[in-house]
Design a protein around this ligand. Structure first.
Ligand SMILES: Cc1cc2nc3c(=O)[nH]c(=O)nc-3n(C[C@H](O)[C@H](O)[C@H](O)COP(=O)(O)O)c2cc1C
Length: 144
C-alpha cells in the first residue's frame, strides 16, 4: 500500500462549484483505481492524502500537480505503509469549521513549511483527522 501526502494553495477565485467538481472527479476516478484518501480545505490551502497501488497513486498525483485550480503543490511525504488510513472513503472531503480543528490544520500547514518535518507528526495528524471523520464531525463526505 502506497501513501502520498501533499499540500497546495488554491487558485484565486476558486469557488464552491470548483470544489464540488474536484470532489466528484476525485471520487469517480479514485473508485475506479481503488484509491482512498482525504482532502482538507482550509484558508485557501489544500492538504491531501492519497493511498492505493503505487502506480495508480503516482499517476493521479501527476495529474493533480498540473491542475490549474491550485498551485505550489508540495510533496510532504510518500511511503509504503501496511494499511490504509481511509479505507471507507474514495476521497473524504473535510473543511474544518471547529476552531480547535482549524488551529490543528494551521499547525500542520506551518509545520510542513519546514524541511525537517517528520513523518511521525504527519501520521499523527492524519490519525486525528481519521478519528474526527469516524466520529462524524464532518461537513461533507462520501462513503464508498
Ligand atoms: C486539490 C485537488 C485534488 C484533487 N484530487 C483528485 C483525486 O483525488 N483524484 C483524481 O482523480 N483527481 C483529483 N483531482 C483532479 C485532477 O487534477 C484531474 O482534474 C483529474 O484527475 C482528471 O484529469 P483528466 O481530465 O486529465 O483525466 C484533484 C484536483 C485538485 C485541484
Amino acid at each position: 500500500m502506497y501513501q502520498l501526502n501533499y499540500r497546495s494553495t488554491s487558485s484565486i477565485g476558486l469557488g464552491y462549484n470548483d470544489l464540488e467538481d474536484i470532489l466528484n472527479t476525485a471520487i469517480t476516478v479514485n473508485s475506479e483505481k481503488n484509491i482512498s484518501g482525504c482532502l482538507i480545505y482550509h484558508n485557501d490551502n489544500f492538504v491531501q492524502i492519497l493511498e492505493g497501488n503505487k502506480k495508480d497513486v503516482l499517476q493521479v498525483y501527476e495529474k493533480i500537480k498540473v491542475d490549474k485550480r491550485h498551485h505550489t503543490v508540495t510533496l510532504l511525504w510518500e511511503n509504503e505503509v501496511p494499511n490504509r488510513f481511509f479505507p471507507e472513503w474514495n476521497m473524504a472531503f473535510y473543511r474544518p469549521d471547529d476552531k480547535n480543528v482549524q488551529q490543528f490544520v494551521s499547525n500542520l500547514l506551518l509545520l510542513s513549511q519546514f524541511s525537517d518535518r517528520s513523518s511521525g507528526s504527519l501520521l499523527s495528524f492524519w490519525a486525528t483527522v481519521q478519528r474526527i471523520l469516524r466520529e462524524g464531525m464532518v461537513s461533507q463526505y462520501q462513503k464508498v
